[in-house]
Write a protein that binds this ligand. Sequence first.
Ligand code: 3MF
Ligand code: MG
Ligand code: MG
Length: 412
Amino acid sequence: MPPIPVDHQTALVSRLMKACGGAYSAETRRKYFISGPQWAAAYQGQALFHAPTRPPIGFEDIIHKFAEIGIGHWTTHDTDVIPTEALGTPEQWEIVDRIKRALNDHGLKCSMVTTETFFHAVWAASPAAEAPGVREYAKFRVCNTVEIGHELGAGFTVYWPGSLGYYVQGAIDETDSLRWYADALNAACQRDIEVAKRKGRPALKHCLEAKPFEPQAEILLPTSDAMLAFIASGLLTHPEMVGLNPEYLHELMWGAAPRAALARALLAKKLFHFDINDGYRLKHDVDIGVGLVNPLDWLNVLVLLRSHHYEGPFNLDYKPPRTTSHFGVFEVSFPTSVDRFITLWEMAGEVSADPIIKQATDALRAGGPVRSTDDAEDLTRANRELLTLHELIAHRLFQILIGQHRGRVFFT
Ligand code: 3MF
Ligand code: MG
Ligand code: MG
């Protein structure tokens, strides 16, 4: 193939996207509770060793693009849209008005707001630093986010504590830091109760998001399970208002089975919100688009969520790769992430309805005939052949993933 002229390249990408087929209409996409983060669309590809590869883009353009794609909800950090120095000032409210207008003009809703407590230098020693002034500032920031959330009509607020941890050992007392972090959450819940009452709105759902490492070396609340223990620790004045925003990749990063982590959150009735993406076990937080690395695991995750009636929000917390252009972010990256999610969600419905999986599962639950539940040998014999069904079910899931259950064949 001869070199592709630069001014022909976007047309080539669009033509191949069309040739892929299988895209859902914007109307179909809007039926799912999927949200697009401001920060994901605005991510310029920068990192410690990476210069940006894409130009900046503001919320007006992103909201417009999300509307065209059919992403019905928008989420943001306070400082994704408001400069740090403008927080809490009249300028903040002017920006919030502009956001409201953009959302209204394009028929989007703001579903979630979150406080950035990791990027600015003020958080170097975490939002629960020893210095009381920093902690007061953290309270101001989370309370201000609650106010913005109510103004934008959000139902959720998320907390990723980010720098709540340390690089060097022994310099902080972890129990103090955790108490101080709880103080900020308590202030946010208290403010929420007041604002909700004043505005006649329901209170927000406050969702904790764990990540096992990054940006600090050691993290005080590294997993969703640690967050559950923190919620139940007695430090929170309103534990009933606080739940989880697990992120798929954050659980993989520490080597967990994300589905098992979600199951524990479901049992605790704390699965409030879910960041969806993909990546690799025990590696960096690469935030790859949902389903590109672990589609079979993703299918299984969605089977679990569907069978427990979790229907969203599904927040597209991924990062378009540096190799994707500014054009590609909205032509390929977002629409294909949404479409893979929808496809996997619908496939999860097929799994639940599949007669082979159903019969196998029912048989496993019926078990074999036993003479005595005190007799290990007898129990083993009674179930010996049935247990092969575990592997048969896994094979059937693979078939559903690749369409063989609908007759897709490779050799005839
Ligand atoms: C970091 C994250 C964050 C959180 C966000 C909370 C930048 O790894 O996942 O995204 O999701 O701060 O909403
Ligand atoms: Mg991540
Ligand atoms: Mg996240």
